[in-house]
Design a protein around this ligand. Sequence first.
Ligand SMILES: [Zn+2]
Length: 209
Amino acid sequence: MKYEVLTGGPLDVNCYVLTDEATGAAAVIDPGFFDDRLRRVAETGNVKMILLTHGHFDHMAGAEELRRATAAPILAMETERALLADAEANASRQFFGRDLSLEPDRGLSDGEALRLGETVLTVMAAPGHTAGGCCYLTKDAAFTGDTLMEYSVGRSDLPTGDQYALLRSVQKLAGLPGDPDICGGHGAVTKFSAEKERNPFLHYFIAER
Ligand SMILES: [Zn+2]
């Protein structure tokens, strides 16, 4: 599996385009915008699924257009459905200046394995930043949304946020095997080994063992 990072939208979200090299099948994680770059991705005809790490507007504002352009289903945690539908909860009303509401095609559950060609993505529930957030884990990369980002973690003061749940989710990530790329929702892509050293939240759980 290879991936490309496209950063854009009002809050510079990281949108990831994953490609299974064996089959060419692609998935788009967190299309917070829909621009020429994503239009070109759509035009390849390879996009099989649109995945959301959580429902905040800056991660999903381009999802509806991408779905229209690709006919690919939008997948998010079943527990994020209510937030996605509610402009106040998904923060579009407060920060986007326009009410957004999105209905995923299917709700995901914790531990579910998604197949993208020969690549397997494991869904890990990661409540805390929002109640229905999740991470998508592969052998070589963890797409962690706003749960874990470049030497930091996401905020927990927005609707459905919970700081204790967020820390428990970070603790779960602390147990990841190997040294995957950490592909967060904002900021630079880092390595798990670097996060373990420099991310104070992750460092705490590693040191605790
Ligand atoms: Zn967010």
